[in-house]
Design a binder for this molecule. Structure first.
Ligand SMILES: Cc1cc2nc3c(=O)[nH]c(=O)nc-3n(C[C@H](O)[C@H](O)[C@H](O)COP(=O)(O)OP(=O)(O)OC[C@H]3O[C@@H](n4cnc5c(N)ncnc54)[C@H](O)[C@@H]3O)c2cc1C
Length: 439
């Protein structure tokens, strides 16, 4: 099937988009008085790390390596390397901290403990917890607000078979414990036809050899483990979504989804989802091919449309190799592609269950306006937001009667660091919607 060109959005859709966006913004502002997007303290830390490009690079590199620094001396040494007192305009308190943390000084352990504490405080804004009771607590808190949850077990890109097997055990334990606990608590399995327990899975956590260079072997190795998780998910009525990671892993991830969907005895029972990234130039073509495949095989799939979380690393990776950029150059192109893909997704509801992963009021309002123009009911699209980001927007969407799911990472701080670094990049990118204050 070829990808049908879309008609330019009608004026009615544009007018309604703006009307709904105003309404959402108004409600989000009211919610904002008691729900902050990020707490003030985290905002201050993020604003400070953005104040200078060199400083931002230092903060991100430091956070990235902090998990592997096992002694206060190592923390002190890295503080000195990444925050040179002569070159950076550092706040007075931080300058004092860096000088007190010199590896030879007795104050180094105290400063190292303070630094770890600060990083943990920021991480807690984005990571829901590390225990089953944290997950259950969140399901309950969110259920009170009419919001569903998808859990993500932190940790990605495993480097050994043992690590990959551990990932599988984490996923299957979470599936059985969450569904058992929900049943014990008499929580319904599904809200409407939406599953209460939902898991997001990083394909790179399923195989130490997940590499397009050896495509068949990679798919076979990851599929072997994914099958175990999928069977458990079916047995416990849990839905799973394969998260989308770097561009180079995209085709492997889609192939995994296709293979699972045709597994005898499993494919037709599994509630499976994939993610499409609007910042990739070839996503419309890939989506068109996926729709044809679904039609030919008589399958339906959940599709979470996002803009894409790896923009900086995709650009760096392609530039290092002298390749054409797979992603758009400027944010506006990504935003426009997101809207075209939203229309495409909503026009094929017989093949896909649409989900929209965005905190951007314009992008969300546009999806609502398109769904309305197609005569769809309010539950045609599930609106998804990241835990700790956009709480006020989440409340506004619920108030208008649309389904909302929060994507909540679970796990320890240390394996969560890569995730945290990405969240920080998103929150401090100049063009990010979340930097625009609701006040
Ligand atoms: C529930 C949920 C699940 C998610 N799952 C995934 C996933 O599996 N895989 C994944 O990759 N991401 C995922 N994301 C993250 C998502 O891709 C975005 O990074 C994030 O939501 C920010 O986009 P926005 O629409 O909320 O905000 P906006 O501020 O409107 O958009 C920011 C986005 O615009 C794009 N952008 C920024 N600068 C430029 C530029 N110069 N040129 C081109 N594009 C640019 C980037 O994609 C950036 O993330 C998920 C998000 C949510 C809410």
């Amino acid at each position: 099937m070829s990808y049908a060109p879309l008609a330019p959005p009608g004026l009615a859709v544009e007018d309604r988009t703006q009307e709904i966006a105003r309404e959402l913004l108004e409600r989000a502002r009211r919610e904002h008085h008691h729900l902050t997007t990020l707490n003030r303290w985290t905002k201050r830390v993020l604003a400070w790390s953005l104040s200078d490009a060199q400083l931002k690079a230092g903060v991100l590199r430091f956070i990235d390596c902090l998990p592997s620094l096992t002694t206060p001396q190592a923390v002190a040494r890295h503080l000195h390397d990444y925050f040179p007192l002569h070159h950076l305009r550092l706040p007075a308190a931080f300058r004092l901290g860096v000088s007190l943390s010199r590896p030879g000084l007795l104050t180094a352990p105290a400063v190292s403990a303070v630094v770890r504490h600060i990083v943990e405080q920021v991480a807690r804004q984005f990571i829901a917890g590390s225990h089953l009771h944290d997950a259950l607590g969140l399901i309950h808190r969110m259920a009170d607000r009419g919001v569903l949850v998808s859990f993500d077990v932190l940790g990605e890109q495993v480097t050994s078979d043992d690590e990959a097997n551990t990932s599988v055990r984490r996923y299957t334990t979470l599936i059985s414990e969450l569904s058992t606990a929900c049943r014990r608590l008499h929580a319904p399995d599904a809200v409407g036809d939406r599953p209460l327990v939902h898991l997001s899975i990083k394909p790179s956590s399923l195989s130490a050899h997940f590499d397009p260079v050896s495509f068949e072997e990679s798919v076979a190795d990851a599929l072997r483990r994914l099958r175990v998780i999928a069977r458990d998910a079916v047995d416990h009525d849990v839905a799973i979504t394969l998260d989308m990671e770097q561009y180079r892993l995209r085709d492997l991830t889609l192939e995994l989804a296709r293979r699972l969907l045709v597994e005898p005895g499993l494919g037709e029972r599994l509630q499976l989802g994939i993610v499409l990234q609007a910042y990739l130039r070839d996503t419309p073509q890939v989506f068109g091919e996926l729709l044809s495949w679904l039609r030919d095989h008589g399958r339906r799939l959940s599709v979470r449309l996002v803009k894409g979380a790896y923009w900086d690393s995709e650009v760096a990776y392609a530039k290092q190799r002298g390749w054409l950029l797979p992603v758009y150059h400027n944010k506006r192109q990504t935003d426009e592609a997101f809207e075209r893909l939203t229309e495409q997704m909503l026009s094929h509801r017989e093949l896909v269950r649409p989900e929209l992963g965005s905190h951007n009021i314009r992008s969300i309002a546009h999806a609502m306006a398109v769904a309305e123009s197609l005569g769809s009911s309010k539950d045609a699209v599930e609106y998804q937001l990241l835990y700790g980001m956009g709480d006020a927007i989440q409340g506004a969407i619920r108030q208008l009667g649309f389904p909302v799911r929060v994507y909540a990472p679970l796990g320890e701080l240390i394996p969560g660091m890569a995730y945290l670094v990405r969240r920080i990049l998103e929150n401090t990118a100049n063009e990010s919607f979340l930097r625009q204050d609701l006040e």
